[in-house]
Write a protein that binds this ligand. Structure first.
Ligand SMILES: NC(=O)c1ccc[n+]([C@@H]2O[C@H](COP(=O)([O-])OP(=O)(O)OC[C@H]3O[C@@H](n4cnc5c(N)ncnc54)[C@H](O)[C@@H]3O)[C@@H](O)[C@H]2O)c1
Length: 243
């Protein structure tokens, strides 16, 4: 495929350019606000992978929708308003959007859903994530996906039960709370743990990404899959055939 990478100068973008070429694709446009990069992709581009900055996504995905080409979004931290642009584009083209493209994390989502359904609200759920010091948004998109998966397994509304960090006189932990905590430091590619803390035992499910290649490989696979898909908003669950 003739692919454009948006955010091509970034940590993920550079990995994606190399991996797409290694998988037999042609990276026809390297798009980035950084000096020396293209400001948008060339005509004839057959698909776009976007790992850039949340504010850049609405205009970019709308352009792909106008051109009728599939779009893969790895960029996280979109506001509700920005997400509306993604939803609108998905009415015209296939859009795959995931906070994490690694096979392991997508398996973890399934395991967490099952654990939450099995263990019940007497097990307190705490989600922790750690990333390198350069990561700009918090908590990570993956931590939110895991916490939402736990809520779905438990059959409760995530937003009604979520808290983000604790400080000060917060009182006793309410039953059913789902807490998300973000750590930052060093060069950590991405660690996530979902803890189910009961009175007599604790279950912890952990994933540690060792290389950004785990995300890049999944994103390229997602674009290959999207090329043959109808318009709509998809996740890695669809790409991996979990649904
Ligand atoms: N879904 C996943 O599996 C996954 C995995 C890793 C990172 N991410 C996300 O991908 C994004 C990028 O991560 P990163 O670590 O590569 O960050 P980064 O800061 O290294 O790279 C981001 C790049 O986007 C560019 N950029 C900023 N605004 C732009 C615009 N308007 N148009 C085009 N390019 C623009 C920057 O110049 C930079 O080169 C983040 O949102 C991160 O959370 C997702």
């Amino acid at each position: 495929m003739k692919i454009a990478i948006v955010g091509a100068a970034g940590r993920m973008g550079r990995m994606l350019c190399a991996l797409a070429e290694a998988n037999g694709h042609e990276v026809v446009s390297k798009v980035d606000v950084a000096e020396g990069y293209e400001k948008t992709w060339k005509d004839g581009t057959e698909g776009v992978i976007d790992f850039s900055w949340h504010a850049a996504v609405p205009a970019s995905v709308a352009r792909a929708a106008d051109q009728g080409i599939p779009y893969v979004i790895g960029t996280t931290g979109l506001t509700a308003e920005e997400q509306k642009a993604v939803d609108a584009a998905a009415g015209k083209i296939p859009v795959v959007q995931s906070g994490n493209y690694s096979l392991g994390v997508n398996l973890l989502l399934e395991l967490v859903r099952k654990a939450a359904a099995t263990l019940g609200p007497e097990y307190d759920i705490e989600v922790t994530e750690m990333h390198h010091r350069h990561k700009k948004d918090a908590p990570s998109g993956t931590a939110l996906m895991l916490a939402k998966s736990a809520a779905a397994g438990r059959g409760v509304d995530f937003d009604e039960n979520a808290i983000y960090g604790r400080k000060g006189d917060v009182g006793e932990r309410p039953v059913g709370e789902i807490a998300v905590h973000a750590l930052r430091g060093g060069s950590v590619v991405g660690d996530h743990t979902v803890m189910f803390a009961g009175d007599v035992e604790r279950v912890e499910i952990t994933h540690k990404a060792q290389s950004r290649e785990a995300f890049a490989a999944g994103a390229v696979k997602a674009l290959e899959w999207a090329k043959g898909a109808k318009s709509g908003l998809y996740t890695m669950r669809n790409v991996l055939g979990f649904d």
